[in-house]
Design a protein around this ligand. Structure first.
Ligand code: ZN
Length: 346
């Protein structure tokens, strides 16, 4: 979930060349041609198999998880958070994490991510062979204690230990610190923006490659998203990670767009907005992947994801979690007449 993917670097080079060729063509008085840069311009990081599945009561059988992850991959998603490494008695939904990782590793070109709350989880995830670790670091003091029973300072130390372990046994693995409750907290209410930015900088200093911002509680609004990501980029630059938005109050897409306008290029999303509250229809958990991909593609921003195949990836999800409500406007309404999508993986 980093800001500058290799694809984006290539894009910058192409843009530079384009400007040069534009100048040349201008001098030669021939009309400039606008070429769309190859490769996705934004990275959609699918978190449904982790964030979605751990938020629902039912346990998806391992075989269905494999089928679902394969379908997501077939749709063109190239980063998937497939599991979290936590004790099975706390989260039985994730008891098969290592097996699920093993399957995901068989899909070429896929960045296989896992969430780990501590060093122990990181050891297990690295042993399973993941490409990337995400550590949730809460900006809210109250949420940190409630969620991981550690203070924020203790979490930064845990991250430092994970980074040291990575350095010793798996230096190619990337670490992202996801700053949770960055936009507000159900326990303590307001979260000071200074706390968020300071914590993100501490995480980078402790060895994280990236730090993104998570609206764990669905409190964020677009003005706040712009302000915080602008400050984050000013503070940690290229280490700026993903926007992880929830759609609790219907502002998920607006918040993603706000982050995009501030230069964020990685967005977490969950197929069918899995993890929503069944007692509040329409109040989904994560931003719905289908709607997010539609928004970007409709804007002409390539995601590398094939929308029709993405909607088809709902079938193995439904089969594995029968009765679980799924959300999303695009899958309900269908694609607009004549809608053309570019930039998908072959
Ligand atoms: Zn989340």
């Amino acid at each position: 979930m980093r800001l500058d993917k290799p694809a984006l670097n290539a894009e910058h080079i192409i843009r530079k060349n384009y400007i040069l060729s534009y100048r040349t063509s201008f001098m030669n008085a021939s009309p400039p041609r606008i070429a769309r840069p190859p490769g996705p311009e934004v990275l959609i990081s699918e978190v449904g198999p982790r964030d979605g599945l751990q938020s629902v009561k039912g346990v998806m059988p391992t075989e269905d998880k494999r089928r679902w992850i394969s379908a997501l991959y077939k749709a063109g998603l190239r980063e998937i958070e497939v599991a979290s490494f936590v004790p099975a008695k706390l989260l039985p939904q994730m008891a098969d994490a290592a097996e699920v990782v093993r399957h995901a590793l068989s899909l070429p070109g896929l960045t296989v991510m896992a969430l780990v709350p501590n060093l122990r989880g990181a050891q297990a995830a690295l042993a399973a062979g993941v490409h990337k670790l995400t550590l949730p670091v809460s900006a809210s003091a109250a949420h940190s204690l409630a969620n991981v029973r550690k203070t924020r300072e203790e979490m930064v130390e845990e991250l430092r230990a994970v980074a040291a372990l990575r350095h010793d046994i798996a230096p190619h693995v990337k670490i992202e610190a996801g700053i949770s409750t960055a936009f507000g907290c159900t326990l303590q209410g307001e979260v000071a923006e200074d706390d968020v930015i300071r914590l993100a900088a501490q995480c980078i200093a402790a060895g994280a490659d990236e730090s993104g911002l998570s609206d764990t509680t669905g409190y964020a609004n677009p003005a706040q998203v712009r302000r915080l990501f602008r400050r984050l980029r000013a503070e940690i630059g290229e280490h700026t990670g993903a926007a992880h938005m929830h759609n609790t109050r219907g502002l998920g897409l607006a918040n993603c767009l706000a982050a995009y306008e501030e230069g964020v290029r990685t967005f977490d999303a969950s197929l069918g907005g899995l993890g929503g509250c069944p007692y509040a229809p329409g109040a989904s958990g994560n931003v719905v992947t289908e709607d997010l991909v539609f928004m970007f593609e409709a804007m002409g921003v390539s995601t590398g994801v094939d929308l029709e195949k993405l909607v088809s990836a709902r079938a193995p999800l439904k089969a594995g979690l029968p009765g679980e409500p799924l959300y999303g406007m695009t899958p309900e309404a269908g694609l607009p007449k004549g809608f053309l999508q570019g930039g998908t993986h072959g």
